[in-house]
Design a protein around this ligand. Structure first.
Ligand SMILES: Cc1cc2nc3c(=O)[nH]c(=O)nc-3n(C[C@H](O)[C@H](O)[C@H](O)COP(=O)(O)O)c2cc1C
Length: 130
């Protein structure tokens, strides 16, 4: 059964290199585990969408929950899905535009079309928070 998780966590002051190494680990591990998704970092919080087989996601959430680079992992949504929203992305880094005015438009362009409407709204709200 395919599932999708959406969570936020807190990680003040991570360097660009820290975030790069998270994406490298994702690119290394996720394909063989059938995990896809997207990751946003706003300088203070992560928001990550992961999708795949429920058992693979549970195992990944345990590892992510134990990762000392962030705290306060908090699951916002967990649902069964018919098909992936991010089939081509081992883990896509979705950038948040500098200008607040431009963020919504950029995200509308960058987010996958197959996102559930509620999930899309949460991601957009996260990206324009600060
Ligand atoms: C916000 C966040 C998201 C992460 N996402 C993933 C992920 O999608 N896949 C993954 O393998 N590791 C992810 N990690 C890293 C894991 O916590 C862990 O460090 C990594 O899987 C270890 O991989 P390795 O054994 O290949 O070094 C994430 C870490 C953080 C802080």
């Amino acid at each position: 059964m395919l599932s999708q998780y959406l969570y936020i966590s807190t990680a003040p002051n991570l360097s660009r290199g820290d975030v790069d190494s998270i994406l490298e680990a994702s690119a290394r591990n996720n394909p063989e585990r059938g995990i896809t998704g997207l990751l946003l970092y706003n300088g203070r919080n992560f928001l990550q969408l992961i999708e795949g087989e429920e058992s693979a996601l549970v195992a990944l959430m345990v590892r992510i929950g134990n990762d000392p680079r962030h705290t306060g992992v908090s699951i916002l949504e967990r649902r069964a899905i018919e098909q992936r929203a991010c089939p081509g992305w081992a883990m896509k880094r979705v950038l948040i535009a500098e200008s607040i005015a431009g963020r919504r438009d950029q995200l509308e362009r960058d987010l996958p079309a197959d996102l559930d409407e509620q999930t899309r709204r949460i991601i957009l709200n996260f990206a324009i928070l600060n």
